[in-house]
Design a binder for this molecule. Structure first.
Ligand SMILES: Cc1cc2nc3c(=O)[nH]c(=O)nc-3n(C[C@H](O)[C@H](O)[C@H](O)COP(=O)(O)OP(=O)(O)OC[C@H]3O[C@@H](n4cnc5c(N)ncnc54)[C@H](O)[C@@H]3O)c2cc1C
Length: 410
């Protein structure tokens, strides 16, 4: 069995470690942080197996003025970052044509169709299923025109096997009586679930794997060098580590490792936010997403987490007060019983402009394997990505066509 280095302790890295340990490999995790401290910490925690429509769908063009200039738009651009972002942004907009969007949707649906299988066995780890809440996710529309406009993407979802049911005001109120009666339409996605504490889930998974031989080196990797028969990693202190395979799961920080392995991938980040309303979880029983405002309200362990929005603006730590305010006031409008949040968070989604992750072998060596770029779906796709990584390391046939996720598709 091989010595495998996994870089990154988020949903993708830990799920990969799980599947690799299951195959009997010796696995060392490299991450200066603990499990689930980066994007995998503050997300909305939904198992969004219905989420096959990329953010950049044809509606982006139709709504562009509104998206860019409305005060309630959940989409923002930091204009100072645009010169750096221009090539990514151009690809992002080009990928929003109906034909390309449909191709990405098909490829996402194919991964999503195996998303549950990727977690099924993992959920038997002691205590892990206690974080899982089996509740369908509810999308809400406050405006009849936007519900109408969503019909095309709903039809595409249905054609790709997503199960959902549309409901109206009375049905919404019956399901979630604490919501303000401002939502005329809703869509209820069957078979979905959410995590009551995404980081807690990963901490428990990590603890279980540590007891089964996982090693965790709490240090960042500076560089990777594929050699014949191994991959050499150099950490921040200059120490070298040789492994039979290296799996790159460093989320939004993965681009430079791809470059070191001979691949130029246009990875950037979609910044997203959350605010937490402590002690309020009993107000709703399921993830409620306000479609026009681009965020979910989720009843998590510490209270309702209102999470979402998309800001294109790089990796700087400065939060955008306008977006935090939009999420806060929108959540209060939807759930009038909410008072003030007690904490806010900014996270970096790892995003490729076509909305698909990169999962596959590097150009330099089959021993360096990529698993990053899961944009809005890393919680959902962790398990299945980990199983594909294990197939690639073992040289096994993979049940999925991996071509759409190739690092060489750009
Ligand atoms: C607001 C918001 C809401 C979201 N909601 C959902 C949702 O409801 N459902 C869903 O499926 N997805 C959701 N997502 C997306 C999801 O959170 C991400 O896709 C996922 O967390 C990415 O996981 P990851 O493991 O690739 O990256 P991360 O969780 O970011 O982990 C990367 C790890 O790599 C480590 N690292 C970086 N550089 C190095 C280095 N040089 N050496 C070693 N380690 C390194 C970091 O420390 C980090 O721990 C949401 C995201 C946001 C921002």
């Amino acid at each position: 069995m091989a010595e495998v280095a996994v870089l990154g302790a988020g949903f993708i890295g830990l799920s990969s470690a799980y599947w690799l340990l299951r195959d009997g490999h010796r696995v060392t995790l490299f991450d200066p942080l603990g499990p689930g401290e980066a994007a995998s910490y503050g997300n909305a925690g939904t198992f969004a197996n219905y989420g096959c429509i990329p953010v950049n769908n044809p509606d982006v063009f139709r709504n562009l003025p509104n998206l860019l200039f409305s005060a309630t738009s959940p989409f923002r651009i930091r204009w100072g970052y645009v010169p750096h972002l221009a090539p990514w942004l151009a690809r992002f907009l080009l990928a929003a044509t109906p034909k390309r969007c449909e191709a990405s949707a098909r490829a996402l649906a194919s991964l999503l169709s195996r998303a549950f299988e990727g977690y099924r066995e993992m959920l038997a780890v002691d205590g892990l299923s206690s974080f899982v809440r089996q509740r369908e996710c509810l999308y809400l529309y406050s405006n009849a025109a936007s519900f109408q406009a969503a019909q095309r993407s709903l039809a595409l979802r249905r054609s790709l096997g997503v199960r959902f049911q549309n409901i109206e005001r009375d049905g919404i109120q019956a399901l979630e009586p604490n919501l303000a009666p401002i939502f005329a339409n809703g869509t209820l996605f069957g078979d979905s679930w959410f995590l009551s504490d995404p980081r807690g889930f990963l901490q428990m998974l990590h603890a279980s794997m540590m007891s089964q031989g996982l090693r965790h080196e709490r240090i960042a990797i500076r560089s990777l060098e594929p050699r014949s028969g191994s991959v050499r990693l150099v950490d921040e202190s200059g120490r070298m580590h040789d492994a039979g395979h290296a799996i790159i799961c460093t989320g939004a920080s993965s681009r430079r490792f791809a470059q070191q392995c001979g691949d130029r991938v246009p990875l950037d980040t979609e910044r997203g936010y959350h605010v937490r309303f402590p002690g309020t979880a009993p107000l709703i029983s399921r993830p409620c997403g306000w479609a026009e405002r681009g965020f979910y309200m989720v009843p998590m362990d510490g209270g309702i987490r209102a999470a979402g929005t998309v800001e294109l603006g790089g990796y700087g730590p400065r939060k955008n007060p306008a977006l935090l305010n939009l999420i806060t006031t929108s959540a209060q409008e939807a759930l009038p019983a909410l008072q003030q949040p007690d904490s806010t968070w900014l996270g970096f989604r790892p995003s490729l402009p076509d909305g698909l992750p990169v999962v596959g072998r590097s150009s330099a060596s089959p021993r360096a394997v990529y698993a990053f770029g899961h944009q809005h779906l890393g919680v959902t796709l962790g398990g299945v990505t980990g199983s594909v990584v294990a197939d690639l390391v073992a040289g096994r046939a993979c049940p999925l066509d991996l071509e759409p996720y190739s690092p060489r598709r750009f």
